[in-house]
Ligand binder design. Structure first.
Ligand SMILES: Nc1ncnc2c1ncn2[C@@H]1O[C@H](COP(=O)(O)OP(=O)(O)O)[C@@H](O)[C@H]1O
Ligand SMILES: [Mg+2]
Length: 468
């Protein structure tokens, strides 16, 4: 589950050595606790053995013993271990205790510690020694052994070990939690870079700017930025090429058109030649339109120099566009009208904004049937200016609407056109921080093209003044 995640992998890198460390140190702690517990237990056994040994004495010519309670009180503990002892005089004569408590092979003067099992299988820890008793020439060898079960010793091991283990496991858990949280926190700049890159539209070629970036991540972002810059240069070179090519074509095209026109004006009785010239005239006009549109598209695609825009008075601009198109509207018998809100200015490029409106109105006039109606509306909505071009023509089908922004796509074949009008409109709208939307007319037939563009920042003041 962790294999693909940096966080997971780092956790593993930390978890494995830390777990190894905890295990090893756990084993060491366990041994240490055992040694200590044994030491404490053995001391008690030795003391008890000595107390019992000291109490063996002569009475009426033989050795005997009265085991003192103090010798056994030493072992009192909450775990209630069972304690056994065995005191024997020479010749295996049992003086006190349990006769079948096993003894070590050789019991000597110095106490001998050992571990053994009782007849019922219980393990006991024991100590034994031999004491020589002399009395008027007689000598008795008294063996004293004391044993106890290991319950309190095991409990002590656990008591010694517990805080140690708890501390180590806690360290392990805390380390994991902190690494997880720390990484989540520290990866945030990287996530910001991701969001920045993911949210971009393809034409946005600004470098990624992230404040507070780790030294380790900087080379990555720098590399991405260099790549973006190269892509930007590439795109700019392409735009420049199209723009230059269109420019270069314009002059010979204009010349060609003028020459064809000149040829057509000559009194020419040759009908086929006249027809050929008319065809050439039409083609070269188409070519001129296409060249102009390509040039316009290249301009619309190139970002505003240093991102600055000029103030464009919408009403004046639209009035100018409509004036130019009124003849075309009349030729198509279309009622061309405008409903403009006063004092709207947008931030953009005047020539491009004019091209945007021209293209939309041109489409509406071109595709609406004679007798139709085309209206240009402007409206203010929050900090946006809304421009609507409404017609009652055939509209665009839903599936064609998805594609009309593709370059050279045309939904109709009958009228002349290039398929570049709407792509140009969209590029201009985006260049000016705006959007374009195509909807069908509320009345059912026709198209509503809605463009929203950012208002000029001083527009509020202008409107207030115009109201006064
Ligand atoms: N107002 C409109 N009414 C109906 N169809 C339209 C309208 N505007 C555009 N279209 C359709 O969208 C297509 C693409 O338009 P455009 O990009 O301007 O290219 P062009 O006008 O050169 O064909 C047109 O071919 C036309 O079919
Ligand atoms: Mg068009």
């Amino acid at each position: 589950m962790f294999s693909g995640s940096l966080r997971g992998r780092l956790l593993w890198w930390l978890l494995l050595p830390l777990a190894a460390f905890v295990s090893i140190s756990g084993v060491i702690s366990y041994r240490f606790a055992q040694t200590n517990a044994d030491l404490v237990q053995d001391n008690a056994l030795l003391s008890s053995m000595r107390i019992i040994g000291e109490d063996v004495d002569w009475a009426n010519g033989t050795v005997s013993i009265q085991v003192p309670p103090a010798a056994l009180e030493l072992f009192e503990s909450p775990e209630q271990d069972s304690v056994f002892y065995r005191v024997e005089a020479s010749g295996h004569r049992l003086l006190a205790g349990m006769p079948d408590l096993p003894l070590p092979p050789h019991v000597g003067d110095s106490p001998k510690l050992y571990v053994t099992h009782l007849a019922d299988g219980r393990a006991v820890r024991a100590v034994a020694y031999m004491r020589q008793l002399y009395d008027s020439g007689r000598n008795e060898e008294v063996v004293v052994a004391v044993a106890k079960t290991e319950r309190s010793r095991d409990a002590m091991v656990w008591r010694l070990l517990r805080p140690q283990l708890f501390g180590e496991v806690l360290t392990l858990v805390l380390a994991m939690v902190f690494v997880y949280l720390g990484l989540t926190f520290e990866l945030r700049p990287l996530m910001k870079v991701k969001d920045d890159v993911a949210d971009r539209n393809p034409s946005e070629l600004e470098p990624i700017r992230v404040t507070r970036l780790h030294v380790e991540l900087r080379p990555i972002v720098d590399a991405i930025n260099q790549c973006i810059a190269r892509m930007g240069q590439q795109a700019a070179t392409q735009r420049q090429f199209i723009s230059d090519a269109a420019h270069q074509l314009r002059t010979p095209l204009a010349l060609l058109l003028a020459q064809i026109q000149f040829a057509r004006q000559r009194d020419n009785r040759d009908v086929p030649l006249a027809e050929a010239l008319a065809g050439m005239h039409k083609s070269s006009r188409k070519l001129t339109t296409l060249t102009n549109k390509l040039l316009l598209l290249a301009q619309a695609e190139s970002p505003a120099p240093s991102g600055e825009h000029e103030r464009v008075d919408l009403s004046a601009l639209i009035a100018g566009v409509l004036e130019e198109l009124i003849a075309f509207a009349q030729s198509r018998e279309i009622d061309l009208g405008a409903e403009l809100e006063d004092g709207l200015s947008v931030a953009g490029d005047e020539a491009l904004t004019a091209a945007l409106v021209t293209n939309l109105v041109d489409n509406a006039l071109r595709y609406t049937q004679p007798g139709g109606r085309v209206t240009v509306q402007t409206q203010r909505r929050d900090d946006m200016a809304v421009v609507r071009v409404i017609d009652n023509g055939p509209g665009i089908s839903a599936q064609a609407r998805e594609r009309v922004f593709e370059r050279f796509y045309r939904a109709s074949s009958h009228a002349e056109g290039t398929g570049l009008g709407l792509p140009i409109v969209r590029e201009i709208a985006h260049r000016q921080g705006g959007t374009i939307r195509l909807e069908s007319n509320e009345e059912g037939a026709g198209l509503v093209a809605t463009v929203e563009m950012r208002l000029w920042a001083g527009a509020t003041r202008d409107v207030a003044q115009s109201v006064e």
